[in-house]
Structures are given as structure tokens and as C-alpha cells.
Design a protein. Structure first.
Length: 95
């Protein structure tokens, strides 16, 4: 069953561009991963500095394989260090 993964981040103004670069780097590595369907990045309108990445995967298995991928882990660690807070992660399946 297909899933959507929501990644929420709080971005200080002075780190916004650096985060965009890391998200682009992560997205480039994500393309071609087994089970990856699509992704998008959104900025919250009513709360500046909050961003949301939504990715769609064919299955939870595919996502978990990606989640454990050393390339993804390394980029995520860079993001969390840059932001000073961990990324919030939520996984939803289609009903």
C-alpha cells in the first residue's frame, strides 16, 4: 500500500538557503530509489521558518529501506546539525 511521509522542519532565517541546498541534495539522491514516487517541498504561510517535505512511496518497506540508507542518514544529520533541532517525521498510508 502506498504511503506519504511528512518531514517537518523549523528553519532559522539565516539557515534557509543552506537548508534548500541540502534538501536539493537529498532529493537528487532520492530519485531512482526503489519505490520512490514523488516529492514536494512547501513553506508554511502562517509560520515563517517552517517547511514541510511530502514524499510518496509505493510501500512502507520501500520507505524504510530509504530511511536506513547511509547517504540519506548523512544528509539528514547535516540538516539536523544546521537547524539545531531534529526533523519531525510522520508516515501516513492511504485509507
Amino acid at each position: 500500500m502506498a504511503i506519504k511521509v511528512l518531514l517537518k522542519r523549523k528553519v532559522p532565517d539565516h539557515q534557509a538557503e543552506a537548508l534548500r541546498v541540502l534538501i536539493g541534495k537529498l532529493r537528487a539522491v532520492t530519485h531512482g530509489q526503489p519505490g520512490y514516487i514523488s516529492g514536494e517541498t512547501l513553506k508554511r504561510v502562517d509560520r515563517p521558518g517552517e517547511s514541510l517535505v511530502i514524499s510518496k512511496w509505493k510501500s512502507i518497506f520501500d520507505w524504510l529501506q530509504w530511511f536506513q540508507n547511509p547517504k540519506r542518514v548523512a544528509i539528514q544529520q547535516e540538516m539536523d546539525a544546521l537547524l539545531g533541532t531534529p526533523t519531525e517525521l510522520e508516515i501516513y498510508e492511504y485509507d
